[in-house]
Design a protein around this ligand. Structure first.
Ligand SMILES: [Zn+2]
Length: 341
């Protein structure tokens, strides 16, 4: 079954990649937008959509940022910090808590009123939720924290939500329902980092489900942001970290989606400065890869406007592949409890 799911996803990604569009027309956001940013790890929201968050806020809109993981699976960083080659689960959780504090501080720089939440799902394990751990009867266990549900009892949005794909999909759908976003900024499903790719697919799947359940609700604009791609962003391997306000950041042409237009948000000097200041709050990450992070700080912030039909294609491909999986398991328990907010 894993092979089938993998095959379906590979097919889907080929479909998404076919076709290319001209890069870079400028766009702007409407007044009073409701922006939902989905980020796999702390700092992705700022790298991919920091300028967008600022612009929405400046135009009277509201922002909600949801981190899917706390970024607690960074083995090299935790090993370095603790001096232990094989750190204990508690050390990974402490590292995640540290990164969440950094994320909160970073977001305060670009929008002090933004709503900020973390789901606390397994860093480095989101792809497996689409495959081996789709159903609640087979939750995933983080190979770093040892947890099978979010180990951040005080901070996670739903600390008892089990690590399975169906529950993550349902939680994102619930977030869609409560937020009613006019814009969703999501990780590009073509991103080369498996967590980013999976987070993008989960977001599209949740939007498809929400949209099917609310067919008359206005559809949000879908803006995909890219973080990981070979030799990108240009200058990522510079010796010295530097913002480049005199340069545009363009998406790699090979990262074009079928029917997806690549667009750019042109940032003001003030927005660029705030994006850099926000990234500087990520001290743990700046200490390790400042040139990579600052290579995202440029005159433009690029996105691919995804065709809404992609949500349906993603949902079809994933559901066709996953539905037969639990044939020897009891039906999963209902995933929607009473409203918790
Ligand atoms: Zn990331």
């Amino acid at each position: 079954m894993r092979t089938t799911v993998g095959f379906a996803l590979a097919l889907l990604l080929v479909v998404l990649r076919a076709g290319a569009d001209d890069a870079g027309p400028a766009f702007d956001v409407e007044a009073n937008a409701r922006l939902l940013v989905i980020a796999p790890h702390p700092d992705d929201e700022t790298l991919g959509a920091g300028g967008l968050i600022e612009r929405v806020r400046a135009k009277g809109g509201t922002v909600r940022v949801v981190l899917i993981t706390a970024g607690d699976g960074f083995l090299e960083a935790v090993a370095h910090e603790t001096g232990q080659p094989r750190p204990l689960p508690a050390s990974f959780i402490a590292y995640g808590q540290h990164r969440l504090r950094e994320a909160r501080a970073a977001l305060r720089v670009i929008d002090r009123d933004a709503r900020f939440e973390v789901l606390g799902f397994p860093d480095g394990g989101l792809t497996e939720l689409l495959q081996a751990h789709w159903w609640r009867s087979r939750p995933e266990r983080s190979r770093f924290t040892g947890a099978s549900d979010p180990p951040y009892d005080d901070t996670a949005l739903e600390p008892d939500l089990p690590y399975d794909g169906d529950d993550l999909r349902a939680e994102l759908e619930r977030i869609m329902h409560h937020t009613r976003p006019t814009i969703v900024a999501l990780p590009d499903p073509l991103d080369r980092h498996p967590d980013h790719r999976a987070a993008g697919l989960f977001t599209l799947l949740a939007i498809a489900d929400w949209s099917a359940a609310h067919p008359t609700a206005p559809r949000p604009q879908l803006l995909a942001y890219l973080v990981h791609w070979p030799d990108w962003p240009p200058g990522w391997d510079a010796h010295e970290p530097q913002a480049r306000p005199d340069q545009r950041l363009e998406l790699p042409p090979a990262a074009a989606h079928a029917g997806g237009l690549q667009v750019s948000l042109v940032l003001t000097d003030q927005e660029i400065a705030a994006k850099l200041a926000a990234l500087e709050k990520y001290r743990t990450q700046m200490a390790i890869m400042a040139p990579f992070l600052t290579a995202f700080v440029r005159r433009t912030e690029p996105f691919t406007v995804l065709d809404f039909a992609e949500t349906g294609r993603v949902a079809d491909a994933i559901e066709r592949a996953v539905t037969p999986l639990p044939h020897r398991h009891p039906s999963p328990p209902p995933r929607h409890g009473p409203s918790r907010r």
